[in-house]
Write a protein that binds this ligand. Sequence first.
Ligand code: ACO
Length: 337
Amino acid sequence: MSNKNKLIPLKISGVGYCVPETVITNDDLTKLYDTSDEWIYTRTGIRERRFVSGEENAIDLGYKAALNAIKKANVKPEELDLIIAASSAPPNLYPSIACRIQEKLGAGKIPAFDITAACSGLIYTLEMARAYIGAGLYKKILLVATDNNSRLCDWTDRGVSILFGDGAGAMVVEEAEDGVDDILAINIKADGSIGEYLTLPLTGQNCPLVEPCEEKPVHIKMNGKEVYKFAVRIIPEYIDKCLEAANMKAEEVDYLIPHQANQRIIEAIQQRLGYSDNKVISNIKYYGNTSAASVPIALAEGVEKGKIKLPSTAILCGFGAGMTWGVAIVRLREGIC
Ligand code: ACO
């Protein structure tokens, strides 16, 4: 965990999100394989998800989410100092999503790059932004978390493809001129030794002079049971660590905004915290698991729909491929969304 004493304080000044229009319900999925709305809903809490269509991709979703976030932050694109995008399902490995969004926004030739921390992406980028702002290197940073999972699922694998959706969330963070730090505690971690729980191999094809070419499809592979056990063990443990670092009790934080991977995982974390339903933000029913985008979508949509009142405080938490995980306790100011 970073030492916050020497850091310049960070303000979360705007959040935004974007989901594609096309809705695919559990009933729709029964046309692809042997499944049912009842099986999917009872095990995951998902009823429907949104998918990109046509030329639309994670860059377009991320760009629209970014526009919403910078508008709320009252920041002009040319005032940004840095763009970091988190994605585990980008349309291209390069050019990066962040570079494409820099160009679309007309943000000038500021540094822009992507990171891969799967569903912990937003919390990873928040910690990175905190280091940059805290050290006085940059003043205004755009974070974009966007994923296009639908094009990376194996649409014959009913154990995995039922879970995912597409979407994007964005956050503008900047130096807090009032000296109030919106990050009360943050902790990101990874354990590469269990990376095989969730993989997306970019196998490609070797030179045909070396070995015969064979079709190697690019698909998400997951050991659902192990991911489930990992999440319900690790996230409560790190929420406790962050509460301790922030010198807060669970009941003093207003909301839990968790990664939307499975409603049963969300409820397990809720129970550990002893939170009532109105303190827990869940929209998995409508969007499924949008990977890195799920926490910022839940945050921005929660404010938009009045489920999250401002000003308030919230626990953000994510876990995903790597395996990575992260927890942040943040202050949510009036007007961020
Ligand atoms: N419809 C009907 N039956 C199905 C389906 C389906 N969509 N999928 C699997 N089944 C069947 C299996 O074939 C199996 O049948 P069998 O017993 O006859 O062999 C049975 O249901 C049980 O299958 P499991 O895979 O053991 O099901 P499980 O109870 O583990 O639930 C699930 C699967 C929902 C994926 C669960 O493991 C889970 O949610 N894990 C967490 C996943 C997660 O959080 N992923 C996010 C990762 S991080 C990130 O966001 C990238």
